[in-house]
Write a protein that binds this ligand. Structure first.
Ligand code: ATP
Length: 294
């Protein structure tokens, strides 16, 4: 196989808790991850000329060795002493630095795609071990679907699938530094924590309303204090009928869960004119990449 096209799905956090700050500066987290249908598209092409060539349609994203898609290819070339080269075309749709793990999803897609295209047959668990070198969310982005992520986000347990729902994702025109949010959380003195175990039970029971009643993201208050527009969008989304609206990751993207496609469409029509929203996406729940093999 010389060419392959892949989708790299964005994720949202159905729940996000930070347990403590670790001595190495990372944070121990407990999160529920969910892939959604919003995706980047990657085309990988094998070439006999050695080296990695990356092109992207995004105006400001660097297409050099600082790009996670490039670094993923480099990692596989080094780890398995591959011959030849690869050309990667990356079509970006997932907003950058938005709390939706777009970079991690691209990196994971390159790992999955090159594994197939070069006929490496690297087992999924091994690919995931390698993936963590690129970032804590990359192993999850290899599998996708609904997962509990612990440790620094790399310790994964598959959960029951997310109850059927429709998702509106809204990104305001602000950029949020993940590092700044974690630095300002003061994880060790938090008095209240989201009840991730209860969320898991509601998912297991397939109870969307029950889940909506206990969803929480411990980073949301930190981001909202500096960027009140995030809270503004959450309120607008709930006023438009979302069962729950919440920030994903460290933000600034807000997502709303809707019971029906029609309710989501109606909310979309109301929110699309809002000046504070830069990007608005109609999404569905996206199941695991390897669903058919499970
Ligand atoms: P997370 O939810 O994992 O915190 P994020 O959605 O907030 O991720 P990304 O879009 O993955 O953030 O981008 C974070 C940083 O990674 C940006 O500063 C960006 O320049 C860099 N980056 C490198 N490669 C990519 C890529 N392929 N796509 C997006 N960002 C990339």
């Amino acid at each position: 196989m010389d060419k392959i096209q892949l989708k790299a799905y964005a994720k949202i956090n159905i729940g996000l808790d930070v347990i403590k700050k670790l001595e190495n500066g990372y944070h121990e987290v407990k999160m529920i991850m969910q892939t959604i249908s919003l995706h980047d598209t990657l085309v990988l092409e094998r070439s006999s000329t050695p080296g990695i060539v990356l092109e992207t349609d995004h105006e400001t994203l660097p297409a050099d060795s600082s790009n996670l898609a490039y670094r993923a290819a480099e990692l596989l070339f080094d780890a398995y002493s591959l011959n030849g080269g690869v050309k990667i075309y990356l079509k970006k749709r997932i907003p950058i630095a938005a709390g939706m793990a777009g970079g991690s999803a691209d990196a994971a897609a390159v790992l999955r795609g090159m594994n197939e295209m070069f006929g490496l047959d690297v087992p999924r668990q091994e690919l995931m071990k390698l993936a963590v070198k690129l970032g804590a969310d990359v192993p999850y982005c290899i599998v996708g679907g609904t997962y509990l992520a612990e440790g620094i986000g790399e310790r994964l347990t598959r959960t029951a699938p997310m109850p059927e729902c429709f998702i509106l994702a809204a990104k305001p025109a602000v950029c949020v530094s993940t590092k700044w949010v974690y630095d300002n959380l003061h994880a060790d003195s938090l008095k209240e924590h989201p009840d991730i175990d209860r969320m898991l039970r509601e998912i297991e029971a397939g109870n969307l309303k029950g889940l909506a009643g206990c969803m929480d993201n411990v980073l949301q208050n930190v981001t909202c204090k500096k960027y009140p527009v995030v809270l503004e969008i959450i309120k607008k989304m709930e006023a438009c009928g979302a069962q729950k609206a919440m920030m994903s990751g460290s933000g600034p993207t807000v997502f709303g869960l809707f019971c029906s496609e029609m309710q989501m469409q109606e909310a979309y029509e109301q929110l699309r004119a809002e000046a504070v929203i830069q990007d608005l996406f109609l999404c569905r729940i996206q199941h695991a990449y390897f669903e058919s093999e499970e």
